[in-house]
Design a protein around this ligand. Structure first.
Ligand code: ARG
Length: 710
């Protein structure tokens, strides 16, 4: 009898441990997930996770720099996030002499914490469903008004009134109304943003980005993907612009850290800011998405190969281009994985099946037909109508527009259109030259123009280059590129500044880089109407389709597409099988760091100190009890996407056990469809993080600040 009970219990775990799809909305946790959370093993109540009246777990989570997530881990506002989230700030703070990106950095005192210009972090205050209020307002407006434009204007006023009221009621906050479920639900969201954020420390990029693009989006993984920052506040602990007088933010509460590690089947949850998913898109939209991404992949391959070669040849170029390269390559690899997963997992075929079943359900009732019957067709027609223009614009913006010289001329032109023909526009231009290597750009330019000529159809060729050449189809591209770079003032900041300071605007506007920028923009602008006109139809179709899907699956908990608002995903620590006969463990150890070491490959360098720490097993309290090794990374089946990067991975008690930093190759279609058997979230173990802080970085000051769970 006892044995049967154990088997049942084991089965029970296995059952609840599967299929942890969902990026859940915090205000709906109680209603939608209360029971399931408990069954999955969560020890916290929904109210302890998200409350607007009391302090709750959500107060520890921040939107980091707009595109990532971070969390507060000390009473003095210490933040941990991913290395790749701090990357651009660390790169901007680095110079050839003080190369914090490549060598790592740790502030041993508060004075050594470095202001990260332009970086801000945001706390979520509250989310309130305002759908009913807006619908009621719309009804009333429609009674008095028939003109659609006038109605839209009045609705805008309604929304602004709600926002103004929230801002008045919440000191130092901003508010916005955000749409969910493709315009079927609206929330009023209140945020508080702090703008004095300082860099505290990070391991060298060889550790924080170990494995580079080769390992990116893949398991097994051994990346120490973390960095630390601190939020500073004015004397009243409220947001303040940077000032040496500002003090570390006194956090209401902060996450406790558990050094107990993870076991297969353990409950985990992740809170953070997933950016975008397409789980309500139709097959027509998905096909178009894949086609357009292919153009980006090919264009980026051309550009990245040239960048990479120059970066490997010169450490100074490597530092200048590190962030540009990483940004480009991350999307480039993701899209390739997505394309592959679309084929392997038959994503389009399965989506079509779903649409067929949906349509059959719709056709059962005339009411449904009226509400949803036209949605799929409406979307498909609109996608078709915009496809050609969209592909042309993608090609233009991913190829010739990526010539940095064109970007510089564009940045300048836009500054003038904002500020007029005035020397102060130079302020907008100057920072871009810090990381500009003109010889590298010259090579990129020739290759990108060649690529563009091969790929574009004749009507997309830039026509308005005027004196530079008549016919893009036959022109000598290398000769043109020489002319462009020899003649343009935009190759060096001083040259542009000289012209502008001398007031020689005529020469500025005749500059070949400005002309090329204008020629490209002319082509882009010509296609904008065709690209954007069908958007209203896509919006209307998507709203109806989504509403239909929700009705079809009524009674089942549902979650909206990711839209950079805070969500919770819960699941378990799990291994997976990527293919027949292969089983991936749910964790990796520092042993694998040494196995992957390759001193001849810049992506797999292991710093000497880290190597000797691992060899000496100098792990302090961070070794796992099972094998005496520090565990580097682990896997869960939590449902995350880009933007979740840096999110805390929490155990059943809400203690920090790791940081989410990636997804796995075999399920790269996950933004579109969740794959229970394959989809994993890749997390760095908090014990690897703290081992690196203490033993590699020697930052015991940081360790002392932390709060460890018993
Ligand atoms: N794939 C990760 C994400 O998008 C980013 C990893 C950054 N690392 C890299 N090697 N590019 O969240």
């Amino acid at each position: 009898m006892k044995r049967i009970l154990t088997i049942l219990a084991a089965l029970g775990i296995a059952l609840s441990a599967s299929a942890d799809e969902g990026m859940w909305l915090l205000p709906l946790l109680q209603k939608m997930n209360g029971k399931a959370l408990k069954e999955a093993g969560c020890k916290l109540s929904p109210e302890e996770i998200y409350s607007i009246n009391h302090s709750s777990l959500k107060d520890n989570i921040i939107h980091f720099g707009g595109g990532c997530t971070g969390e507060i881990i000390s009473a003095d506002g210490l933040i941990v996030t991913n290395h790749h989230c701090g990357y651009s700030s660390i790169q901007a703070l680095s110079t050839d002499e003080h190369n914090y990106l490549m060598n790592g950095y740790w502030a041993m005192t508060r004075e050594q914490e470095l202001p990260a210009k332009g970086l801000s972090i945001t706390f979520l205050q509250s989310m309130t469903d305002v759908t009913a209020a807006l619908e009621k307002a719309e009804k009333k407006i429609r009674k008095a008004e028939t003109d659609e434009q006038a109605i839209a204007k009045k609705m805008q006023e309604e929304r602004q009134a709600l926002i103004d009221k929230a801002v008045q009621a919440n000191k130092n906050c901003t508010a916005q109304i955000t749409s969910f479920y493709n315009d079927n639900v609206y929330y009023l969201i209140v945020y508080k943003t702090y703008r004095d954020v300082r860099f505290v420390g990070a391991p060298p990029a060889s550790v924080g980005k170990f494995g580079g693009e080769t390992d990116n989006w893949m398991w097994p993984r051994h990346t120490g993907d973390f960095s630390m920052f601190r939020v500073y506040a004015g004397p009243d602990n409220e947001p303040a612009e940077y000032s040496p007088e500002n003090r570390p933010y006194k956090a209401k509460n902060h996450l406790k850290i558990s050094l107990n590690g993870v076991q297969e089947g353990d409950y985990t949850m992740i809170m953070g800011y997933p950016g975008r998913t397409q789980r309500f898109q139709t097959a027509a939209q998905l096909e178009q998405m894949i086609a357009s991404q292919r153009i980006s992949i090919d264009a980026r391959t051309v550009r990245q190969d040239i960048m990479w070669e120059a970066m490997c040849a010169d450490p100074s170029v490597q530092l200048k281009y590190a962030n540009k390269y990483a940004g480009s390559a991350n999307g480039w690899k993701k899209w390739q994985g997505e394309e592959l997963a679309f084929q392997k997992l038959d994503i389009i075929g399965r989506e079509l099946e779903k649409e067929k079943a949906f349509t059959a359900w719709v056709n059962q009732k005339s009411q449904r037909q009226q509400a949803y019957g036209n949605a799929l067709k409406q979307i498909e027609d609109a996608v078709k109508a915009s496809a050609e223009a969209e592909m042309a614009v993608t090609l233009l913006t991913e190829a010739p527009y990526r010539i940095e010289l064109v970007g510089l001329a564009g940045r300048f032109t836009q500054a003038v259109s904002r500020q007029g023909q005035d020397a102060k526009v130079l302020n907008a231009l100057q920072p871009a030259y810090r990381d500009y290597v003109v010889d590298l750009d010259r090579k990129e330019a020739a290759a990108l123009l060649e690529f563009f000529r091969q790929r574009a159809s004749e009507e997309d060729y830039p026509k308005s280059l005027g004196v530079d050449f008549d016919d893009f189809a036959t022109m000598d591209i290398p000769a043109y590129v020489d002319y462009l770079f020899d003649e343009s003032a935009f190759t060096a900041y001083d040259k542009v500044a000289e012209l502008v300071n001398a007031g020689d605007w005529e020469k500025v506007w005749a500059d070949p880089a400005v002309r090329l920028f204008n020629a490209i923009m002319t082509e882009v602008m010509e296609r904008y109407p065709a690209m954007l006109a069908p958007e209203a139809d896509i919006d209307a179709g998507s709203k109806a389709f989504t509403a239909g899907l929700l009705e079809w699956e009524k009674g089942k908990p549902s979650y909206p597409d990711a839209n950079s608002t805070m969500r919770l995903t819960y699941g378990h620590v799990l291994p997976y099988s990527p293919k027949d006969a292969v089983l991936y463990k749910h964790y990796s150890t520092v042993k694998g760091v040494l196995e992957k070491e390759d001193p001849t490959n810049p992506e797999f360098i292991v710093p000497a100190k880290l190597k000797s720490l691992i060899e000496a097993k100098d792990f302090g309290r961070y070794a796992d009890a099972s094998d005496g090794l520090v565990h580097a990374c682990f896997l869960t089946n939590n449902d995350i996407t880009g933007g979740n990067s840096g999110s805390p991975v929490l155990n059943a008690k809400g203690e920090l056990i790791g940081l989410a930093f990636d997804g796995n190759w075999e399920s790269m279609s996950s933004d579109v469809m969740f794959e229970p058997d394959l989809q994993r979230c890749i997390c760095v173990d908090i014990r690897y993080v703290l081992f690196l802080v203490e033993k590699l970085g020697g930052a015991t000051n940081i360790i002392q600040e932390l709060d460890f769970a018993k």
